[in-house]
Ligand binder design. Sequence first.
Ligand code: T5A
Length: 222
Amino acid sequence: MNQALLRHPRFVSLEGGEGAGKTTAINAIRDLLRAQGHEVVLTREPGGTPLAERIRGLVLTPDAEIAGEPLSPEAELLLVFAARAQHVRQVIRPALQRGAFVVSDRFTDSSYAYQGAGRGLDPQWIADLEKRAVGLQPGLTLLLDVDVAVGRARANGRDLWPDRIETEQDDFFQRVRAQFRQRAQNDPQRFSLIDASQDQAGVAAQVRGAVSHWLEQERVHE
Ligand code: T5A
């Protein structure tokens, strides 16, 4: 594959820690873009294709339920990139090529945050994988930023068993949050920082404002 990273103007990603409220945000973006007559493909990572969803199961199912052996950080990184390579080829590129907007719940920034900062893997390795196996970046990334304790309390408030990553300790999620914030600071042209401590209506309003501003600025609606 060509090793250049293409930043696509109709590709939007949402990022943030656990319980940041990405579901509300993604629905607000979908409604806004559809109201303007655009085709919108909503998708998520890890996952987004049948095969990638199976890989998601390997990444998120607690170790004891799969093979009874811990998944190594290196294997975790390669699995999320295997899922992403499949997702890009099968879903994201074809949708962008036919003129649709693609809105993804998480993308490669999550790998820098969780596998890079969280697990301590070399970010250069992640950058190489991003260039070789993905080749694509969102034109707009909304970072839903919220205090780790608040986000975890929200996620734990749901009546669901924690997945393999949700069982990590607070210091892991503090490193994840710090990495997301650092990436947003380093790339203000792509990132929009959303205060996700507000209630759902407040978060949705910020998201609509950020997407409208971006559409206007980039004139991607024409
Ligand atoms: N991962 C992913 C990696 O490690 N590497 C990678 O490369 C990639 C792509 C994905 C996991 O995989 C990891 C990161 C993740 O750990 P997931 O289940 O999709 O697994 O995890 P999350 O994306 O974190 O999903 P969550 O559901 O935990 O978070 P959301 O989607 O941000 O939160 P949401 O919208 O479901 O809301 C959670 C709860 O909070 C309430 C909601 O009603 C819901 O109950 N809520 C609010 N409450 C009050 N105020 C608000 N503003 C609220 N917003 C939501």
